[in-house]
Design a protein around this ligand. Sequence first.
Ligand code: MRU
Length: 351
Amino acid sequence: MSPLTLTPSVQTVQSIQLEANGVRLLDQVRLPHEVRYLTITSADEMRHAITTMIVRGAPALGIAGAFGVVLSARANAKAYAQNLPSCMLAVLVDADLLAETRPTAVNLQWAINRMKAVMADFDGETSAELVSMLEKEAQAIFDEDLAMCQAMGRHGRKIIPRGARILTHCNAGALATAGYGTALGVIRAAFEDDNTLQVYATETRPRLQGAKLTVWELQQENIPVTLLTDSMAAWLMKQGLVDVVIVGADRIAANGDTANKIGTYSLALAAKAHEIPFYVVAPSSTIDLSIHSGEEIVIENRHADELVWIHNHNISPEGTPCYNPAFDVTPAELITGVITEHGIQTAQSLS
Ligand code: MRU
């Protein structure tokens, strides 16, 4: 593990890093039993890492997209050392391909648009200069995300009651960001004040980000965490065992409707029924003011294998039709508040 020192008392894992010889990724498919880093060197490899979810989580996808553009620029600057227009064209093709890899998390398109804007404004003369400008922008996207996560933690810790039992879904932690996390960043910050708080993590079918990643990440810092299946959450609430629900987001529309990991909507409905506050934690890079409501959010549908293959066995009759949307949309009216780097506001007041 490569620790990233943030405050004197907090260290979080760093899952993605731009290096001179490539991009270093912590392979999230292999966690928690294998902590394996790989170094990738091309935009194609980055596309593969994104689609297979070696790297995942909305802010980390944005960073991965930007770093992927850098990998493309480095390769094309060699191929077209004396031909800047051809270099730029090839990088733009890769940028567009990277942007298409996962459609729901707006951070990916947002970060790639920032990289394309650098290219559009570029007034240098050599491909090498272009590479250097793109590296700077990509690293800025990373650094800004880390700062936003820490700011969300500072704001969000205020809404966590002492001794709170917090329910979270999927993984919105250091693994899903530059470090520290969004929903888990709030939990980390609150835990600094109050080590009596406890976390319930839903397993998050079908990819099990909760069981594999959130539990692992929280255990690294000795934050008490109990695992449950997604279908147990409403019953847990009914027993009076949840004080607050905190989740991340993949895209928030102008009206506050929020796309996040499939299962988030059910949690929000159950929280409403049990009068439990439900907070979304996301940087401003996840807010998409270009769309009015959640109806315009494209939901990624993933392969049926994710549902039926468990421990290398097909658990369902061969050829069973499967429904596998990776995200759902929680209507703004079910959201108590949205925590961004700027503070806490109602979902309806974002635009
Ligand atoms: O499919 P994933 O694992 O990329 O989905 C991740 C989520 O839904 C997270 O909750 C969201 O991206 C926020 S991460 C800070």
